[in-house]
Design a protein around this ligand. Structure first.
Ligand SMILES: Nc1nc2c(ncn2[C@@H]2O[C@H](COP(=O)(O)OP(=O)(O)OP(=O)(O)O)[C@@H](O)[C@H]2O)c(=O)[nH]1
Ligand SMILES: [Mg+2]
Length: 344
């Protein structure tokens, strides 16, 4: 065995689930190991991909075979537990990890109960539970996938400045010259604990060259695909026909008037819509806007205790099972309850 506990005790006598800190002897890495069963161990290291690769290659040298997640799922008794565990390893925020951990505790048991209901001729109750679970499947699957939030608007209104303020550091180039951002600049972040891919786009106007035109085209595609679109306007400028056209063509989820630190003679224009007010320069309104984005992204949470699928394969399995239960030429429920056991 390559692992040497730091306390000098032998790892062989360690009881299940105890977390033991020590050294991986072949590579000298610090890590923690926890026994999860007679033949199962969890190894956690730090230091990024190179530390993981070094540990994996020393295991390969000792004839340990690496398997794909799918193979691992098939090898275990309860694939629902394993596939939820795998989803948990993909969590990037504490909030999503907590929700996935909760599902790990309740999802396999809910599946067992649905199988039980089906076997005992309570098909109606099984259908009801499946419908409720599937109602939260988008939410569950998105726990491990960032939601895309797109900032769009005319050139120079402060989209890149707002994106930087939301992320907390300078990434996109910010410049006085309109048309500075010419492509979609994406950055992974978290808003209210939800993983988000924040996309700063090229200013939407009649392009002056081909590169800008491509950037604008990409911006429009991103807006269509986004979970949430934020259209930014310059608070200090007059409300124009172009602003109105932009607003009507995008129909954004959120309207933001930026640069409120600058004096404006135009804020009472009759056509000007309501919206959030921000100033990147002074920081005013930014936190409030971020809160609002968080609430729009996830307006409602499942009740504690509500199980739901957290991977696409789980969703498909449940949807397929529900179809079979509803089917008029229904097969014997006792037979099909077996179908829930396996996940691809
Ligand atoms: N006074 C003031 N200036 C701001 C504010 N936000 C951004 N600016 C300035 O406005 C200019 C344009 O900002 P950007 O963030 O590059 O604007 P953009 O919308 O990304 O512009 P394009 O990429 O060209 O479409 C820069 O000079 C910023 O410093 C603000 O809240 N107040
Ligand atoms: Mg920009």
């Amino acid at each position: 065995m390559h692992f040497r506990p730091a306390d000098g005790n032998s790892f062989c006598r360690t009881r299940n689930r105890r977390i033991v800190y020590g050294i991986w002897q072949p590579t000298g890495e610090d890590l923690v190991v926890s026994r999860r069963g007679d033949q199962a161990f969890e190894v956690h290291c730090h230091g990024g991909n190179s530390a993981c690769s070094a540990i994996l290659s020393s295991l390969a040298d000792s004839n340990v075979r690496q398997v794909s997640p799918a193979e691992l799922i098939r090898a275990f008794e309860n694939p629902w537990t394993v596939s939820t565990q795998l989803a948990l390893t993909q969590a990037t925020t504490a909030r999503t990890a907590k929700l996935l951990l909760h599902q790990l505790g309740i999802l396999p048991e809910s599946i067992r109960k649905i199988g039980e209901l089906t076997r005992t001729d309570q098909v109606h109750a099984a259908i009801e539970q499946l419908e409720r679970m599937l109602g939260w499947s988008d939410f569950g699957i998105q726990l491990t996938k960032p939601r895309s939030v797109v900032l769009c608007g005319q050139p120079n209104v402060g989209k890149s400045s707002l994106a930087n303020a939301m992320i907390g550091f300078q990434r996109a180039i910010v410049h006085d010259v309109a048309g500075t951002t010419r492509d979609v600049v994406s950055q992974l972040t978290a808003i209210d604990g939800w993983p988000v891919e924040l996309k700063d786009t090229a200013g939407l106007r009649q392009a002056t060259d081909t590169i800008e035109a491509i950037g604008i085209e990409k911006a429009r595609t991103e807006i269509e695909l986004a979970s949430l679109s934020i259209c930014v306007f310059d608070h200090s400028q007059a409300w124009t026909r172009q602003d109105q056209d932009l607003l009507e063509s995008i129909v954004p989820d959120l309207v933001v008037f930026n640069k409120t630190d600058l004096a404006s003679m135009y804020s009472s224009h009759p056509d000007r819509p309501g919206g959030m007010q921000t100033s990147v320069k002074t920081g005013r309104g930014i936190e409030h806007m971020i809160d609002c984005v968080g609430r729009l992204l996830v307006p409602e949470l499942p009740a504690p205790g509500q199980a739901y699928p957290v991977t696409e394969a789980q969703r498909l399995k449940l949807a397929d099972f529900l179809d079979r239960l509803r089917s008029p030429q229904q097969v014997d429920p006792k037979e099909i309850s077996e179908l829930l056991v396996d996940i691809e």
